[in-house]
Structure formats: C-alpha cells, structure tokens
Design a protein around this ligand. Structure first.
Ligand SMILES: Cc1cc2nc3c(=O)[nH]c(=O)nc-3n(C[C@H](O)[C@H](O)[C@H](O)COP(=O)(O)OP(=O)(O)OC[C@H]3O[C@@H](n4cnc5c(N)ncnc54)[C@H](O)[C@@H]3O)c2cc1C
Length: 421
C-alpha cells in the first residue's frame, strides 16, 4: 500500500524533510508518496532577504557597466519548489493554502483544492510577523518576512530618497534590534550612500535609527555578539534608541512608550514574530509562546500519533537549558532531519528517535563583507565569518538543487550583493 505523507510548508523544515524522504531507497521500495503543500510557489532563503531589500534598482545601472538582472536577484533568494523536486518522481507539489486539518478523518483542508488525505502529516508552516494587534503598525510598518516584503522595503527606501527635499534628512526607522533588524541596518548603510549618489543628494542626508524596547541589541545573544554588533553598526553610522517600546504609529511619526514622537519616512518592523496563523485553527493542538505548537521529544504534535512538527511553528524545549528553541533555519533543519528519520521509523515500525537539540553557533553579517561568528568558544569578526556565511549558503542550496545550480545562483547573487560594499 502506498503511504501518503503530506508536508505543509516548503520552507527550511518542510523542503528538507521532502528531500530526505524522496531520496530514501527503502522508501521507494516501500511505496511512499510525498505531497508538499505550500501557499507560495517558491522556497525562500530568508538569510539573503536583507540583501534583496538593499539591492539596486535596475534604473540605477542605466548607464553603468553592470545591468542588474532582476531574475538573478530573485533566484539568489527564492527558487520554485517544482524545480527543486523536478527529479523526484514520488514528490508532488501542491500550490495551495492549508486552512485546517481534520485529524479524525486524516485530511488537510485546502483553500482551492478541497481536501487531501494523509497517512502521516508534517506541519512546518513557519512563522509570520507579529504586530501585537497594533493597528498603526499593521498599516504603516513594513515587514521583512518574504521576498516581496524585501522588494517593498527596497522600493520604499528608494522612493524616500527620490522624494524627500534635498535639504531634509531621509529618516529610516527599524523597529527591533534583533538579528533581522541589525543585519538589515548594517547593509542599508551602504545602500543609502549609493542612493544619495543616484538621486544627487548631499552626503549624510539620511538617518537610520534602530528603536529597541530592551536596553541593548540582540537580547538573546551573548554579550560579545551584542557589544560587537553595536560597535560595528555605530561605526557604520546607525543610531540606537534603547528602552523605547513603540506604542503606536501615525503617518510619518512613531510614538514611543514615553510619549516621545520620532518622525520617519520609512518604518520597517522586525521586532515581532509568531507561528503561522494555521496553528490557531487546529483542534486539540496545544499552543505555547508566540502561538507555537507543542511537540514531544520525538517531535510529534501532541496529542496526535501521526502528526509531526518542525521549524518555527513548533514549541520545543531544550532539556539541557530548559528554554524553548529559537526560530532559526538551523533549528528547522535539524528538526527536519529528526522528523524525516522518525517518519521512516513509523513506516518500518521501529521505535522513534528522540530529538537532540544542538547549537552550532551564530554567524551574523553586518554590512559589506563583514560578519561576526561565535561557535563553541570560537569568536571571529570581519571577512572570514562573512565568507563562511556564504559557504554555508552555497552548501545549503547545493544540498537542495545540486552543486552546479547552487554555484550559478551564488555567483550571480554575490555580483549583485557586493554593489553596496
Ligand atoms: C529576514 C530573515 C533573515 C533570517 N536569517 C536567518 C539566518 O541568518 N540564520 C538562521 O538560522 N535563520 C534565519 N532566519 C530565520 C529562518 O528563516 C526561519 O527560522 C526558517 O525559515 C524556519 O523554517 P520553517 O520551515 O519553519 O519556516 P519557513 O522557512 O518560513 O517555511 C514555511 C513555509 O510554509 C508556508 N506556509 C505558511 N502557512 C501556510 C499554509 N497555511 N498553507 C500552506 N503553506 C503555508 C510558507 O509559504 C513557507 O514557504 C531569518 C528569517 C528572516 C525573516
């Protein structure tokens, strides 16, 4: 009998699980079929989105030596799921939104295609921007969660530089001094300087402020990362406003908890994240912090025996620290490997594997060819960590689409990204 494995979400977790299972030799003999359902046609490499948000517009190169190829930019961060799995005969890609799951009938309920049955289900629908219900933020804060958000930020910043009178500063506010906010701020400083030249504006006619509720950057990271990141961003010209929660947002004005008002031309919101809205719909599933679904030690979503979870939409406690695992690609990939193994074990009727969290460390790019790296006591800053970050990206793509294609998209991507450096 063919076992139908349905994976919801073709991101870091879901695509990896599908890839591992598709290549499972025993699986082919045992007749498994995988349906990977995603509301988007594309798999997104989020760690490159800050580069997309700061890449040059085609007009910028109208007379220059390097015409920007929009498709190169696109393929450096997103790739069609159909193409990733074009060689896998037992994988079907379904572009549809999962609205709910009927756990009794073993069916996922889809927006376009009705219902789809499963024997084993994986929920890896990722996360969404959390505006904490603030209407002003929802209406005016630009998120950075997908490729199109990144393009919108790029366009909004370019327009602000084009339309703001030359004797007035362009003011960019980034809400949130976490990894996304800091990485974006670092890369933006180079982009702003290019935009000044393109729009014939005077030097330093812009201001970029990170507004942060805590008293430092990167609250969850080590002191070393937090201090070095602040120093690097300060050297690039980024300003900070700490202990300043954003209370509300009006047109052109951010209102802080203290009542202070800060003017802005572009507001980017990176300070809130929560599990995909799908988690709220699921009957019997227990939710924890940021609406994440609780998983047990085998990464099964309680209370179901044939439903696994992986990635940002799960709440998984690290027994060693007692803390929940962060929403990172590294965690999603590690969980994906464990889920894929456990699906094989369910099919082979073997005992399930216990998930063992492990942190390989942090690499954080901060403008140009500069990054910070902290891993198992090793601390590096400068070009080498940036190079390692690129090597990690190259390896990531290679294991999904092959070494040759990965090399092609990395080469083209770096050609574009390095223009700000
Ligand atoms: C700008 C940015 C930079 C980042 N940089 C890093 C980094 O440098 N290093 C790092 O480790 N992590 C980074 N992250 C975090 C990392 O991207 C996430 O932790 C990772 O993507 C989680 O993988 P996932 O599979 O859980 O979710 P995702 O990769 O987000 O995939 C979820 C998928 O589910 C689909 N989906 C959602 N809801 C539905 C539905 N109802 N029906 C069908 N499909 C649905 C979505 O379209 C998406 O394709 C970054 C994130 C962002 C936003």
């Amino acid at each position: 009998m063919i076992q139908e494995i349905v994976i919801v979400g073709g991101g870091f977790g879901g695509a990896r699980i599908a890839k591992i299972l598709a290549g499972w030799q025993e699986g082919a003999q045992r007749n498994i079929h995988i349906t990977l359902i995603d509301k988007s046609r594309f798999h997104t490499y989020n760690p490159h989105l800050y580069e997309v948000a700061t890449a040059h517009l085609p007009e910028a190169f109208a007379q220059g030596p390097l015409p920007l190829d929009f498709f190169d930019l696109k393929s450096s961060a997103i790739y069609p799921l159909e193409d990733i799995f074009s060689d896998e005969l037992n994988v079907t890609i379904l572009e549809d939104k999962v609205l709910n799951v009927d756990f009794k009938a073993h069916e996922v309920i889809l927006e376009k295609e009705g219902k789809h049955p499963y024997d084993i289900l994986v929920l890896s629908a990722g996360s969404e921007t959390n505006y904490f219900g603030n209407k002003g933020l929802i209406e005016r804060g630009l998120p950075l969660k997908n490729f199109f958000d990144a393009l919108e930020i790029r366009n909004a910043v370019d327009e602000a530089f084009a339309n703001t009178p030359k004797n007035k500063q362009v003011k960019i506010i980034i809400g949130g001094g976490g990894f996304t906010g800091c990485e974006l701020a670092g890369e933006m400083m180079g982009y702003f300087k290019k935009l000044e030249a393109i729009h014939g504006r005077p030097d330093l006619s812009f201001e970029c402020i990170i507004v942060e509720a805590a008293d430092k950057l990167l609250g969850g990271a080590s002191q070393w990362i937090s201090k070095r990141a602040a120093r690097r961003l300060e050297n690039l010209g980024v300003k900070f406003k700490f202990q300043s929660p954003i209370k509300d947002v009006a047109t052109g004005e951010v209102i802080l908890g203290s009542g202070e008002k800060i003017p802005y031309n572009v507001l980017i919101w990176t300070a809130g994240v929560k599990a995909s809205d799908l988690s709220h719909e699921l009957l019997g599933v227990k939710l924890e912090k940021a609406s994440c679904m609780i998983v047990d030690k085998n990464l099964l979503i309680e209370p179901y025996e044939n439903v696994f979870g992986a990635g940002d939409n799960t709440y998984c406690i690290d027994e060693a620290t007692g803390k929940s695992l962060p929403m990172t690609a590294a965690v999603a990939l590690r969980e994906a490997k464990c889920v894929a193994e456990n699906i094989k074990r369910v099919i082979l009727k073997k005992p399930l594997l216990k998930y063992k969290p492990h942190s390989a460390g942090v690499i954080m790019p901060l403008g140009g060819k500069f990054a910070l790296l902290e891993s198992n006591g090793l601390r590096l800053e400068g070009f080498i960590p940036w190079f390692i970050k690129m090597a990690v990206s190259f390896h990531y793509w290679a294991t999904l689409i092959g070494w040759r294609k990965s090399w092609e998209i990395m080469k083209k991507g770096i050609e574009i990204y390095k223009q700000n450096d």
